[in-house]
Design a protein around this ligand. Structure first.
Ligand code: GTP
Ligand code: GTP
Ligand code: MG
Ligand code: MG
Lengths: 285, 282
């Protein structure tokens, strides 16, 4: 991991004259404040800060110098269970995108498709949202603009029927990304639809798409999605605003899954693989 | 009885947790707690009164003051404004995906139910499927949609809609705009131009109740750039605690006009500050 970029942010640690108990307590208070402002789940902030304090005061640095040791503790605890990303094998893959209304699923479906197309993979998207007005048109326009394969049925209201047909029609593509309707945990019928779709289509990856500005609701929603269909990774969107993505991070930590991608703009190329050190820097900055 | 400082600190830190967990932004929580301490300073507790009830009562008063700073009734506003000019022009703005387009459809339905004629302008000339999305809503509601091609100048579309409405004696024009990040100067400038040229009677900021601390950043920036008149807070049916309402009202000084609580045309209710405060603190 790039400890150097974390050092830029955790200046206080590297400039501290001594890593004593008073310093650790002040540092933990600063971290708590930063994490809360970044929308990390308030209970997780308590856990993270308690653990950082305990480890900083009780663990001996061994090979690292005391400052680097503290930075590593902070980094590890914030990203606990999240890991450093996900490698999607470039072979026959079905990816299903789910998430709350307006989080960025449709846009992200095409971004991911283009990302892999640029790396030599034959990609296509399926308009699996049969609910939102003109969702079919939105996805079709984007797919056509960037030469991405597309399947959808403008007037079909059974989303599972569309996706099943789409998977058949697009069988010559290496990677198929399925867009679905926005939904939240309390919309029983939509949750049922999502369960049925995952059961029948059996995607290789189910990603939960979360807005980087989402607040305290994130972890609870993520748990509901995970109980319903099992989530393999988180995609964070709209990182080009001022939001720090703490809610989305909390969701990943809650379930113990990686953050796969970060969307940072409205253009098709505005997507990157998750950069853990950069993300933690911004969280604490 | 004099208030026990140690006990008070315990209660305040519990309330701090509750407010933060309810999506009230961190800096707003800090200012609220400071105000709360000031008001409790020197206050005496009645015999038999629980300290927590005294503190919570005082907190509720502060929250209601923040939320009730400016009273605004949408139906009354329209009724009054229409006497002095037609069409009444309402502009909807906000960051990406918050529910602007869907909210316009809901507001249109409400106006139609109150016997006003409505025209919608497809001011989002940027996003894929944006115009088609409004076409579906306009068709469902039986209202006219004024649109140009994708890539057209939004100011021109809105201007066109206002001209059309004026010539037909239409009561209200609802203008949609593309979602945009408050960090994109050129897009915020574009919005300033739209507002300057089309002079809306009401500029409504649409944001989502599921947003956390960032709600204050965007509300503040949009308000500084184009001066909003009020906010519609959407997605309350996802069941967030609703503290975002406090954050946004606190930094803009403008009222929450409606709450969006679903994806259907009827899922728009007048904002009730008491209801929100009870929900936050129950
Ligand atoms: N600035 C910015 N905007 C984004 C990003 N990702 C998506 N958007 C925008 O966010 C809005 C919502 O995106 P959609 O792709 O329609 O979201 P969705 O999850 O499919 O929405 P529903 O299908 O209604 O649930 C659109 O205006 C997108 O252009 C991003 O990374 N940055
Ligand atoms: N559950 C719920 N969903 C909502 C609500 N309001 C809007 N939505 C949904 O949120 C998603 C985004 O709504 P839009 O109206 O397209 O949002 P927008 O602000 O116009 O998005 P952009 O134009 O892309 O910036 C859609 O799936 C809507 O159905 C609400 O109050 N509750
Ligand atoms: Mg979509
Ligand atoms: Mg819109």
């Amino acid at each position: 991991m790039a400890l150097s970029s974390l050092k830029d942010v955790i200046r206080k640690i590297t400039r501290a004259s001594s890593i004593d108990k008073a310093f650790v307590e002040e540092m933990v208070r600063d971290i708590q404040r930063a994490l809360i402002r970044a929308d990390v789940n308030v209970r997780q902030v308590k856990e993270i800060s308690d653990t950082i304090k305990k480890r900083a005061l009780n663990e001996s640095p061994k090979s690292l110098n005391p400052r680097e040791h503290i930075i590593r503790i902070v980094y590890e605890e914030i990203l606990k269970g999240v890991g450093e990303g996900i490698e999607i094998p470039l072979k026959k893959t079905k990816i299903m995108l789910v998430g709350l209304q307006g989080s960025g699923k449709t846009t992200t479906a095409v971004k991911i498709a283009k990302y892999y197309k640029d790396r030599g993979v034959k990609t296509a998207v399926i308009a699996g949202d049969a609910y939102r007005p003109a969702a079919y048109h939105q996805l079709k326009q984007l797919a056509e603009r960037y030469g991405i394969g597309f399947y959808g049925e403008e007037n079909e209201r059974d989303a599972i029927k569309i996706v099943k047909k789409g998977v058949k029609e697009l069988k010559n593509y290496d990677m198929i990304i399925i867009d679905t309707a926005g939904r939240h945990a309390l919309e029983d019928e939509l949750i049922e639809e999502m369960k049925r779709m995952a059961n029948e289509i059996k995607p290789d990856y189910k990603f939960l798409v979360l807005d980087s500005a989402i607040g305290q609701l994130a972890s609870k929603q993520a748990e509901a999605f995970n109980s319903a269909i099992g989530i393999d990774g988180i995609i964070i969107t709209k990182f080009d605003g001022t939001a720090k993505g703490g809610g989305a991070l909390s969701a990943a930590r809650q379930i113990g899954i990686p953050i796969a991608f970060i969307g940072n703009g409205e253009k098709i190329e505005d997507i990157e693989k998750f950069d853990p050190a950069g993300f933690v820097s911004r969280l604490l900055g | 009885i004099i208030i026990d400082k140690k006990k008070l600190d315990g209660i305040l830190s519990e309330l701090e947790m509750i407010l933060l967990e309810s999506d009230v932004a961190f800096e707003v929580v800090e200012e609220i707690l400071e105000k709360l301490r000031e008001r409790l300073n020197g206050k005496r507790k009645k015999i038999g009164e629980k300290l927590s009830s005294l503190v919570i009562g005082e907190l509720k008063t502060i929250l209601l003051e923040i939320l009730g700073r400016e009273f605004f009734d949408f139906d009354e506003f329209i009724a009054e404004k229409i006497k002095e000019k037609k069409p009444v022009h309402i502009l909807f703005v906000g960051v990406n995906g918050t529910g602007k387009t869907t909210t316009i459809a809901k507001v249109a339905k409400r106006l139609l139910a109150n016997n006003y004629s409505v025209v919608i302008s497809a001011g989002d000339t940027f996003r894929a499927g944006a115009i088609e999305q409004l076409e579906v809503h306009a068709r469902n509601l039986g209202v006219r949609l004024i649109k140009h091609k994708l890539g057209a100048d939004p100011t021109a579309v809105i201007y066109d809609a206002l001209k059309h409405a004026k010539s037909r004696g239409i009561d209200v024009v609802l203008s949609d705009t593309a979602g945009r990040m408050h960090t994109k100067k050129n897009l915020i400038d574009q919005l300033e131009k739209i507002k300057r040229v089309t002079s809306p009677d009401l500029t409504i900021f649409v944001d989502e109740s599921i947003a956390g601390n960032d709600a204050i950043e965007r509300a503040r920036m949009f308000n500084e750039a184009i001066k909003i008149d009020g906010t519609i807070l959407t997605k309350m049916d996802a069941d967030p605690k609703g503290g975002t309402a406090i954050s946004i009202t606190y930094v803009t000084g403008k009222p929450i006009i409606f709450i969006g609580n679903g994806q259907g045309y009827d899922d728009l209710v007048k904002f009730d500050a008491k209801w929100l405060v009870e929900r936050l603190l129950d």
